[in-house]
Design a protein around this ligand. Structure first.
Ligand SMILES: Nc1ncnc2c1ncn2[C@@H]1O[C@H](COP(=O)(O)OP(=O)(O)OP(=O)(O)O)[C@@H](O)[C@H]1O
Length: 218
């Protein structure tokens, strides 16, 4: 479950202060799937970064699964960030590592149990089981994003943040990746917050939020 209480976030441009998020209050129920829409520059990534604990609001509280992350120390934040999943538009795979090493990387780092069976099952589900021993550059964009999803899911997050995860894929690949992501989050009770420019993709999630002029509309 995610709660934002009167969250304001400002950026400083030289001497100018710009309000990107203006006193936002929001509750996202446990295990729900939410699309975040809005024009370019409206603050979608900023909001995702607040949920990831990578930015701190100027005022207000960000609460994730009963933990107020906006007041955590650096060390606590580092731990918090290990418990969430993040999926990026540019995949962010480690090019010298095989697909298998990429998908197990985060779970290993965080000492999360992942058996050979977990790896096989998940990679089969994602259609990348036959690619486990190759390097990321030998994969298509859609396959690379499936590796990004596998890496995030193996780490057993309760919250998954996805910033334009299908932005580099054609419409059919984007649809396939979205369906897999939604199904896996549904089965594993994971809150999904997905930034997209596509109203067609967004309409498939259970809730759509739109950012405009610093305010959030349901
Ligand atoms: N590091 C930064 N320093 C200063 N301003 C920034 C920084 N990152 C983003 N901004 C500004 O903050 C505002 C919100 O940016 P943000 O990236 O959250 O928007 P967005 O809705 O995700 O945009 P897009 O859809 O283009 O990715 C924009 O005006 C942007 O220029």
């Amino acid at each position: 479950m995610i709660e934002l209480k009167n969250v304001t976030f400002q950026r400083t441009d030289g001497t100018d202060k710009r309000t990107i998020l203006d006193n936002i209050t929001l509750v996202i129920e446990r295990a729900t799937q939410v699309a975040l829409l809005g024009d370019s520059g409206s603050g979608k990534s900023t909001l995702l970064n607040l949920l990831a604990g990578l930015l701190t609001p100027n005022s207000g509280e960000v609460i994730v699964n009963n933990q107020t992350i906006s007041t955590l120390t650096m060390q606590q934040l580092a731990y918090y960030r290990r418990t969430i999943g993040i999926i990026f538009q540019q995949y962010q795979l480690l090019s010298p590592l095989t697909v298998k090493d990429n998908i197990t990387f985060q779970a290993r780092l965080n000492k999360v149990d992942c058996s050979e069976q977990d790896i096989q099952q998940l990679s089969q589900r994602l259609g990348i089981a036959h690619k486990l021993n190759v390097l990321p550059q030998q994969l298509s964009g859609g396959e690379q994003q499936r590796v990004g999803i596998a890496r995030a899911i193996l780490n057993r997050p309760k919250l998954l943040l996805a910033d334009e995860p299908t932005g580099n894929l054609d419409a059919q690949r984007a649809q396939e990746v979205l369906e897999l992501l939604m199904a896996l989050c549904h089965e594993r009770d994971i809150n999904l917050v997905l930034v997209t420019h596509s109203a067609r993709l967004a309409s498939q999630l259970s809730r759509q939020l739109v950012l405009k002029d610093g305010k959030l509309y349901d």
